[in-house]
Design a binder for this molecule. Structure first.
Ligand code: IPM
Ligand code: MG
Length: 374
């Protein structure tokens, strides 16, 4: 494999700590698997605001455009909550998604067997759960205009956000979901609120058009978002691939993530359209946030970030075997009974962020030796 450049954006809070563990994993692959990853770091979020006065400095954007892939930690923190919207850490994240055209957010929610008892749901409802939420990421009320808050002549205030989708935006995200489903169980559930919102009724119709024309072998169902939220906690295993808009996907993916026992375990990939050089812009990040309450204590769970790097190996670099070994190493460490605080269970061994990273590396090395012997 030729040299590939990864831009690291640790961001805020525990983002700093969990990205450090991913860096160790990247170095391990260079040393042991012949990859030639180079890395550099840039600021994003509140940290970027503190250093440069903006949550998304131009330098960061330039570096992201140049990189072969981006790995992000998390953004946000209470100290930035009173800033103007345009300066808040979250703007940095939304800005980079938009600037790189990352319209497809892929959020797998799988239940690790060792953690099936850590879910708030009963074991049999979530054991073996393996679903993927495909969330549209650059449209909807997140970006629609008009938006803002205005004060009317009588002194009342009016807040406005606008839900907007165009049919090409729906088509491209639908295709991502159908392509994924082709490699899985050929089942897609499109989630909307077509009984109330015209925008999402159009979404429903356009998703069906793409299925009928291009993916006739995929079983497509539709569900209203309120029902989908209910069904996710009632019987999540009925789903395989779910596809939905930005705001519904934001909410449903947190819900699905928590089902699996810990938000600290789940990775995500955000992908754009192939450019003229064949490159697909891609940003990988854990689904969890910056967790300011536990930041700097070396107790955060680095697994979601490490699994995000596994997704990078798979989607950006086509290194499926390496992605699999990394995922196996994570499962192995869990099976050994090691747990960070967020997934701690009776009888398990509580470990720090750095110790979890080290344990994953050690298991990776053991797996690597076994493979060489075999
Ligand atoms: C997510 C987060 C972000 C979002 C925030 C931090 C802007 O909740 O990635 O799900 O709403 O998209
Ligand atoms: Mg969210």
């Amino acid at each position: 494999m030729s040299a590939k450049h990864i831009l690291l954006l640790p961001g805020d809070g525990i983002g700093q700590e969990v990205v450090k563990e991913a860096e160790k994993v990247i170095a391990w692959f260079n040393q042991n698997r012949g990859t030639q990853f180079t890395t550099s770091k840039a600021y994003i979020g509140g940290t970027a605001y503190d250093k440069t006065g903006t949550p998304l400095p131009q330098e960061t954007l330039d570096a992201a455009h140049k990189a072969d892939a981006v790995l992000l930690g998390a953004v946000g923190g209470t100290q930035w909550e009173s800033l103007d919207y345009s300066l808040r850490p979250e703007r940095g994240l939304l800005g980079i998604r938009k600037a790189l055209g990352l319209f497809a957010n892929i959020r797998p929610a799988m239940c690790f067997d060792a953690l099936a008892d850590a879910s708030s749901l009963k074991r049999d409802i979530i054991a073996g759960l393996d679903i993927v939420i495909v969330r549209e990421l650059t449209g909807d009320v997140y970006f629609g205009t008009p938006r803002g808050v205005e004060t009317l002549p009588d002194g009342t205030r009016k807040g406005i956000n606008t839900m907007v989708y165009t049919s090409p935006e729906v088509h491209r995200i639908a295709r991502i979901a159908f392509e994924l489903a082709e490699k899985r169980n050929k089942k897609v559930c499109s989630v909307d609120k077509a009984n109330v919102l015209e925008c999402t009724e159009m979404w429903r119709e356009e998703v069906k058009k793409i299925r009928d024309a291009e993916y006739p072998d995929i079983a497509l169902s539709n569900m209203y978002v309120d029902n989908a939220a209910m069904q996710l906690v009632r019987n999540p295993k009925q789903f395989d691939v779910m596809v939905t808009g930005n705001i519904f996907g934001d909410i449903l993916s947190d819900c699905a993530a928590m089902l699996t026992g810990s938000l600290g375990m789940l990775p995500s990939a955000s992908l754009g359209a192939k450019d003229k050089n064949g490159k697909i812009p891609a940003l990988y990040e854990p689904v969890h946030g910056s967790a300011p309450d536990i930041a700097g204590k070396n107790i955060a769970n680095p697994i979601a970030t490490i699994l995000s790097f596994a997704m990078m190996l798979r989607y950006s670099f086509d290194l499926n075997k390496d992605a699999e070994s990394l995922e196996k190493a994570v499962t192995g460490v869990l099976a050994q009974g090691l747990r960070t605080a967020d997934i701690m269970q009776e009888g398990a061994q509580k470990v720090s962020t750095t110790a979890m990273g080290d344990a994953i590396l050690k298991t990776l090395s053991d797996l690597n030796k076994q493979q060489k012997v075999a």
